[in-house]
Design a protein around this ligand. Sequence first.
Ligand code: FAD
Length: 374
Amino acid sequence: MSRAFWESPRHAEFRTRVREILRNAILPHADRWEAQGHVDPEAWKTLAAQGLLSHGHHGEAFLESAILLEELGRTGYAGVRAGVGVHAYMATSYLDLFGTPAQREAYLEPARRGERLAALAITEADAGSDLSRLRTRARPREGGGLLVDGEKLYVANGSQASFFVTLVRTRDQKAAPRALTGVSLLLIDADSPGVRRTGQRMLGWRSADVCEVVFDNVAVPEDRVLGRRDHALMHIVQGLDFERLAAGLLAVGGVAHCLELLEEHIRRRRVKDTPLYGHQAVRHAFAELTADHDLVSQYGRHAAWLHSRGELDSRTATVLKLKATELAVRAAHVCLQFHGAQGCLDESTAARLYRDASAGTIAAGASELLRDLI
Ligand SMILES: Cc1cc2nc3c(=O)[nH]c(=O)nc-3n(C[C@H](O)[C@H](O)[C@H](O)COP(=O)(O)OP(=O)(O)OC[C@H]3O[C@@H](n4cnc5c(N)ncnc54)[C@H](O)[C@@H]3O)c2cc1C
């Protein structure tokens, strides 16, 4: 696959180094993490020590992040990549953009050092694609601060997180009950009294530690409001573009891994005295996916470059997320098909890629919603 026009020899060296670090830090443990449902707590410190949890969220530094996100995807473990992506990018980007100096010191810096794990708690039972149905509320607490009540679902890094970047209602919605106004982002410490979390076993992304998180009368100090109180809608819109950019780049890497597995298999597996690769139907299916991957990955690198210049628009982020995650589903299906029954074994890599790909077209915005946005 050709490289991006902005990839310098320094970027190429960075890619090689990151691939090596991820190979050593993740691959020997990832099957065990899948089985236990979360990444080992010590792994966050290992990744941080290698500088992998503190690459830039914006500016030219983001180009290194784009490489890191692709390479995370390329490990082939979508659960791990989701956990790291949420921690190092999707949740912490709100702190980077809107955090006060004190919030950055208390939350962002320890997160970069791998000492405090971040999670993003937005979705609820009735508020997924339609966030205007958000019910979790924060009301004023006697003596100062806020009291939070509500239930969040599908929170990646949920059981291990030390804090949640949480979307709540802070104002009544009498005037416009179906609008996402009067909402705020709160930093809620996971060890606060009244926080309960329960693992949700998912079809895929098994090491992403997906949880239900209940806030039952949780006291939150006033200084934990992240960004503008009552006006978090504009933060969320910006955050979702960034989330979709990151999700798209992770998926691009995931497809690369899937195609590597598929190519190795169709060269090795023989049917009717020839490797599968010798059959035109198989070769063409592989070529089609490879061509689409070339297109989507270049689009992803273009989107990353736009973001590095502060010019990423919603449409580009949305198109990337849609196309990359849908390509991942197609690639995983073809990969499974050409593995035959071996791919249907629960423990096979092809089966894991197939399970994982299906979550990609739902998390961070379902494909149908994205088409509406486009
Ligand atoms: C593995 C995984 C990890 C996740 N991690 C997190 C996390 O860390 N934090 C967090 O807050 N959330 C997380 N989510 C939740 C995710 O953001 C939501 O699942 C997503 O926003 C969709 O919401 P929903 O599941 O409630 O689906 P719904 O909103 O109920 O939609 C159901 C389906 O309806 C269809 N649909 C939706 N909108 C339209 C439309 N406009 N037109 C036509 N059809 C439509 C789509 O097919 C969609 O899948 C995660 C989800 C998954 C699967």
